[in-house]
Design a protein around this ligand. Structure first.
Ligand code: FES
Length: 321
């Protein structure tokens, strides 16, 4: 479990502009040596000091897991976000010293699968860059279907096509190309595992189609990190720490708790893993949940909050932290 303390000092070895929205960053261990081993689907949390605000944003590792001499991530700029991606795009340059958390895998390959069918949308390609390298090195059977708005925005399309040939299928929205999902899912051999990563509408479409077609839950894997949304400033009472904190509009509750010097658990920082789940002791107002961890009943009950992505509007919120 991450609690904000485990850190690896790294140096930015390379920054590359992949396209108008995406930059790629390569990190090496400061002082030399290898970085911890990881498997395809892992992410790391990158720490940023953004004008006095400490941000910890998760990014999928996209480099080959067989090579731990460096880590590579890609960051899509989000002009409407809280500032983490803008910090990476505007402030991070080669030679800069940074800190990252150790790799965590919430989206691992199930290597019992007889075939691995991967579906990516946009920047959701990044975990598959590492997963395809891992599967290729093991001689496993896989197929990657990758959709992007335009060819220019399809980061890594050319690389993947060159490297994996007909195991890669590309779809460019503005050229009218679309995945024949029902056809694709219906012609997979028994024992195939399905993986999907991309924007929420794509995720919902793939998961609901697979469910309707009778794919077993255990053979379907997905990942979507939600960025903590911006919103109105609000106050929260931390009962155990006996502190009242203010969560700024461009800050997550988790970031505000950390800024107050209170230790709080996390893994994904994106509403997906459940690690930051916290009991609500008193709520006079409305919790904007934003996560996809709590059940609809838990959300309606107002007794739990995921500190990494949820916000509050109302008179008083007291949490067990
Ligand atoms: S840290 Fe994963 S859900 Fe909040």
């Amino acid at each position: 479990m991450s609690n904000g303390t485990a850190r690896i000092p790294v140096t930015v070895a390379e920054v590359l502009e992949v396209n108008e929205l995406i930059k790629r960053f390569r990190f090496v261990r400061t002082g030399g040596g290898h970085l911890p081993t990881f498997s395809g689907g892992s992410h790391v949390v990158v720490e940023m000091n953004d004008q006095g605000t400490r941000r910890l944003n998760p990014y999928s590792l996209m480099s080959d897991p067989a090579d731990t001499s460096s880590y590579t991530i890609s960051v899509r700029r989000d002009d409407m976000g809280r500032g983490g991606s803008l910090f990476m795009h505007r402030q991070v340059t080669p030679g800069m010293q940074m800190q990252i958390g150790p790799p965590v895998n919430l989206f691992p390959l199930d290597l019992r699968g007889r075939k691995h069918l991967m579906i990516a949308g946009g920047i959701g390609i990044t975990p598959f860059m590492a997963m395809t390298a891992q599967l290729d090195a093991r001689g496993e059977r896989f197929e990657l279907h990758y959709a992007a708005r335009s060819r220019a925005l399809g980061a890594y399309m050319d690389f993947l096509e060159t490297r994996y040939g007909d195991r890669v299928h590309l779809y460019v929205d503005e050229e009218g190309q679309a995945i024949d999902l029902a056809g694709l899912l219906s012609r997979q051999p028994i024992g195939t595992h399905l993986y999907v990563c991309g924007p929420k509408p794509m995720l919902n479409w793939v998961l609901s189609t697979a469910r309707k077609m009778g794919w077993p839950d255990g053979a379907v894997h997905s990942e979507e990190f939600l960025g903590a949304p911006v919103g109105k400033r609000f106050q929260v009472e931390l009962a155990a720490a006996k502190k009242t904190i203010t969560v700024e509009g461009n800050q997550s509750l988790l970031e505000a708790i950390e800024a107050a010097g209170v230790e709080a658990p996390y893994l994904c920082r994106g509403g997906a893993c459940g690690q930051c789940e916290t009991d609500v002791l008193h709520c006079d107002g409305h919790i904007e949940h934003n996560d996809h961890w709590l059940t609809a009943e838990q959300k309606a009950s107002g007794t739990k909050i995921m500190t990494c992505v949820s916000r509050f509007e109302g008179k008083r919120l007291v949490v067990d932290r």
